[in-house]
Design a protein around this ligand. Structure first.
Ligand SMILES: *Cc1c(COP(=O)(O)O)cnc(C)c1O
Length: 386
């Protein structure tokens, strides 16, 4: 039994637009419940138009979309893929499932994204792809990464789980590299409980992507009347979400732009309120490079190295504010040590992952709550100086 007090300010609260149940009822009334019905088509078309990607396929998660990417690249044991260590486990798992070796490269101090200046030295004759992660919905330095990939004949996969409706030099994240992956998990900006999408940005992968998603068959072509029966073409799996999930997602996509604006307003409030703590040298606020338009997915602060993070989190918790740390770097996790390899030592990853705190971020958070969070954090960092 949980006897602790409930948090006054939760870390996350999924936002509903109000139309989700209406659309689910429509899917129910139509009796079309399996995947690839009218709501899936509507969501895919919206995402395609919005991102400019050549092909968008809904999946049941971002993890599933990353697994599809690994299948599309036809990765084999012995192949290597370059990625940050500071990321979610799915970035690595999807490729490790194919037998590929994740090669971990350090991150930039400003954005906590893959450090593009360290990628080239991690390339070996076995390298097949660069997997970029747009942390907090802020883009990696894509021009340089794409140039390195082109020079070495590598593919670029974007883990844009957090990057829905973010841009790099005007281009939508997920649609910049060869393949992109979105998440609609309930902790993300646009949600369907569990959910995701694969963005196929190169025609060479388009037909195979449909086959992999439909259990390795050409069923999608069969439904379009392009073949008279469908058969097993290659290995694949079932990566489609049901229409109930797509109906929920449609209610969110319809309002995706306004959801993003509301998150950005919360983000801006935190950013303005925390200037003083930064000026006092107690925290560092997020940095948004000029090439990036972000989506307000996350607000984090990096504590000064002489501040005890555990004590700050405990102080926030006892005041009813649920703030959290984030990734335990993959290169030092048990599976990372066994399956992956760090290209070099990763001093920035090791240091910054231990200093980071994410603050509550959800639509509905009030100005009073944000002021309370900032005041409590300010107290906490003063108390927790080592
Ligand atoms: C959330 C997240 C994922 C996984 O998304 P799911 O939809 O839960 O599979 C993968 N990568 C990153 C960077 C994420 O933030």
């Amino acid at each position: 039994m949980n006897t602790t007090q409930p948090y006054v300010v939760p870390f996350n609260r999924p936002y509903m637009t109000g139309n989700e149940l209406t659309y689910i009822a429509q899917a129910h009334a139509l009796g079309n419940l399996a995947g690839d019905g009218p709501f899936t088509a509507r969501c895919q078309q919206w995402l395609k138009t919005h991102t400019g990607s050549g092909q968008v396929l809904l999946t049941h998660s971002c993890t599933a979309a990353l697994e599809m990417a690994a299948l599309l690249l036809d990765l084999r044991p012995g192949d290597e893929v370059i990625m940050p260590s500071y990321t979610f486990v799915s970035t690595a798992n999807a490729f490790a499932l194919r037998g590929a070796t994740p090669v971990f490269v350090d991150i930039r101090r400003d954005t906590l994204n893959l450090d593009e200046t360290l990628v080239e030295q991690a390339i070996t004759p076995k390298t097949r792809a660069i997997i970029v992660v747009h942390y907090a919905g802020v883009s990696c330095e894509m021009d340089m990464l794409l140039a390195i990939a082109a020079a070495y004949g590598l593919k670029v996969v974007e883990d844009a789980a957090q990057g829905v409706l973010s841009r790099y030099k005007g281009r939508e994240l997920g649609a910049v590299g060869d393949i992109g992956a979105y998440s609609f998990h309930e902790t993300k900006n646009v949600i369907s409980g569990e959910g995701g999408a694969l963005l196929v940005n190169r025609d060479e992968f388009a037909q195979q992507a449909e086959i992999i998603r439909e259990k390795g068959t050409d069923r999608s072509r069969f439904f379009r009347g392009e073949v008279d029966k469908y058969t097993w073409q290659s290995i694949g799996s079932s990566f489609l979400p049901s229409e109930l999930t797509a109906a929920f997602l449609w209610a969110q996509l319809e309002q995706a732009e306004s959801l993003t604006r509301r998150r950005l307003a919360l983000w801006d409030t935190y950013h303005a309120s925390l200037v003083e703590l930064e000026n006092r040298g107690l925290i560092r606020r997020p940095v948004i490079p000029a090439a990036c338009e972000h989506n307000g997915h996350m607000y984090y602060v990096l504590l000064a190295p002489d501040i005890d993070r555990g004590a700050v989190l405990q102080h926030l918790k006892s005041a009813g504010v649920h703030a959290v740390f984030h990734y335990v770097p993959l290169h030092s996790a048990p599976a990372g040590l066994q399956i992956g390899r760090a290209a070099t030592t990763l001093p920035v990853t090791d240091a910054l992952s231990a200093q980071l705190i994410r603050l509550p971020m959800w639509i509905g958070l009030t100005a009073e709550q944000q002021a309370y969070i900032v005041a409590t954090l300010t107290e906490g960092v003063s108390i927790a100086r080592k």
